[in-house]
Design a protein around this ligand. Sequence first.
Ligand code: HMG
Length: 394
Amino acid sequence: MRRDESVSVADAWSGFHRLTPEQRLARVAEHTKLSAGDRASLTAASALPRELAAQFVENAVGSFPLPLAFAVHAVVDGTPVVVPMAVEESSVVAAASHGAKLAAAGGGFRTKVDDPVTIGQVELRSVRDVAAAKRTVGRQRKAWVADLNKSIASMVARGGGVRSIEARAVGKGRLVLHLLVDTRDAMGANVVNTLCERLAPVAAEALGAKVGLRILSNLADHRLATATCRVPAKALGGREAVRAIVAANRFALDDPYRAATHNKGILNGIDPVLVATGNDWRAVEAGAHAYAARAGQYRALTTYKADAKGDLVASLTLPMAVGTVGGVTRLHPTAKACLAVLGNPDAKRLAAIAVSIGLAQNLAALKALSGEGIQKGHMALHATNLALAKRKTA
Ligand code: HMG
């Protein structure tokens, strides 16, 4: 999509926040051709019946509603998208829309998403000769992969399956096997854990080792998602504003105390999309923070620079283990409706949208922080919450 087309897409949603909730819903429903059932699930006070809640978790007594909102102005890989966000914090949705609008001024977000390959770990203990054990894994790899794939024929038929098995020496006498499993549109935790439990005794016997833990890793660095965008300096108020944003990001690359807050801001954008679509946001949080510390120091997940024209180029990369089938994604009525709003994406498209909204959020926060400060925009929107709290306690 050309830059001027993206801008006009963004403009088409201008003023969305000034509509009433009913008007917003009507607009989104019309735009996304939402079914009457999905539409009802977006507004029902409790779209999750108690019986269903009790099937999802133990000891259920009810459900816990959160505000559900739509971020607008996002253009991801040339396609405009209205993004559902379930979140309690004021100014998050406004900031996501604001950041997306800035990105749209430069053509929107471009993304690169890895195939959905999840890592399963099999820990093998009491390995006498780790180097020899690694060679054995090398010899057995093909046969083990083939055997495991036979046990997940339907996933293989869908184009997924075990891709490889890697061996890592971790500490004394410990070999850790990494099963690399393409889980297609599923987040994949259950199938990967099952495969780990299946491989463990076979590998332990071949290596003369003892079986340790068998569980997936949330440091899902084989399924990274990257979003980039270019924001014209003019849209940010000039080159000085670009330099200020680059400097703000530098602070978060250099200092873990600042990086923690900076990355929290990114996840302010991502988590609400994951909650709205029934995804395991704790898994993505864990992966994001572990990935941020991969070089030995906890750092910002983003990079920012000025290009030759003085425009801002921003990028965000993190592990994005999400699914659009399995788990509660299709069972929770609101999650199902939110996926419909997103055009029923596959897992890679959902990852692309989530990472883009993470970058949008961060861009808006850095613009505010490096300019007028966070409180003006944030507190203007938070003021209604404070007034409400005051009335309740009065
Ligand atoms: P503004 O400059 O007053 O906005 O910003 P604007 O009037 O130029 O509007 C720009 C767009 O923002 C609008 O475009 C809307 O999409 C959206 P339009 O549709 O009008 O063409 N927008 C709104 N959307 C919904 N409701 C609204 C609204 N106002 C604007 N009322 C804004 C105001 C709050 C957006 C801006 O100041 C901002 O983005 N601030 C950042 C806020 C933020 O980051 N909040 C997250 C919570 S703070 C935090 O926990 C994270 C942090 O610690 C992370 C870190 O440290 O890095 C900050």
